[in-house]
Design a protein around this ligand. Structure first.
Ligand code: SAH
Length: 242
């Protein structure tokens, strides 16, 4: 069972993790997500979790004490897992990083709010700061759920039978996925590519591989330098004008 602790001042937001695959994985005992309210650990009289920043400036900051005490209670040293703070200043989350994190012993995720978290929390209690992209949200809850979803689906047994996390965008070969089609064969006049209907698997594999090359070259040329392409594939892409 993979345990993930979440620290937040908005525990109710995590009801989203009761639905779908992640919900099923939790019910099946594959995933143990425990959401804790930071407020419960506040030593302040009114259970405050924020205060004004030293040096001035707009907005409030989350104070160190409630978060530190929550981490000490939920992940006492020596903690074998990884303590993560969601932060726009963090390392950018990629599928490679997701793969690494899915192998962790366990995770503890801290969700910031307001203008962020007192720096000393990171200094003392956090192993890794993670960003889900170069934009700013109002809190770390959605980023935490993004991380949990991405990590959970790589754990054994979480994806349903017949679903594979092996051959898809951003995995080892850094290529985007090929286009896919299901029934009907013709939809609003658009036909499914002929090759997919024929049952010639060598041809289908070649078509899919080339579609991956094309889609990646068109949409995310920045991924191509890391992609493992054969000389023939590189030549073929050049023929297509890339
Ligand atoms: N003042 C901060 C932004 C704070 S946003 C700054 O300029 O960097 C409030 C909280 O939302 C953060 O503490 C973090 O936990 C979360 N958050 C916002 N955007 C995020 C992102 N792109 N990735 C991860 N966490 C994010």
């Amino acid at each position: 069972m993979f345990r993930i602790d979440v620290l937040t001042i908005f525990p109710e937001m995590f009801s989203a993790l009761e639905a779908s695959m992640v919900g099923r994985a939790r019910q099946a005992g594959l995933l143990d997500v425990r959401v804790s309210d930071i407020r419960a650990y506040s030593a302040a009289k009114h259970k405050n979790t924020d205060d004004y920043p030293f040096g001035g400036g707009a907005g409030m900051l989350m104070t160190a004490q409630p978060i530190a005490d929550a981490i000490k209670a939920l992940a006492p040293a020596p903690y074998k897992g990884l303590r993560v703070l969601m932060s726009p200043r963090g390392q950018l989350l990629t599928q490679q990083l997701v793969q690494k994190l899915s192998q962790a012993e366990s995770l503890l995720i801290v969700c910031g709010r307001y203008e962020g978290v007192d720096e000393r929390v990171s200094q003392r209690y956090i192993d890794l700061e993670l960003s889900i992209g170069d934009y700013v949200l109002t809190g770390g809850e959605l980023p935490a759920m993004v991380l949990i979803d991405a990590v959970a689906r790589l754990r054994e047994g979480v994806l349903g039978q017949g679903q594979s996390a092996l051959e898809e965008s951003f995995t080892d070969d850094h290529l985007l996925e090929y286009p896919q089609y299901t029934r009907p064969r013709v939809f609003e006049g658009l036909e499914v590519p002929e090759v997919l209907l024929g049952g010639n698997h060598a041809q289908i594999d070649l078509w899919r591989r080339r579609q991956r090359l094309l889609v990646t070259a068109q949409r995310r040329p920045d991924l191509l330098p890391q992609a493992r392409l054969t000389d023939e594939e590189r030549a073929w892409l050049r023929e297509q004008g890339f």
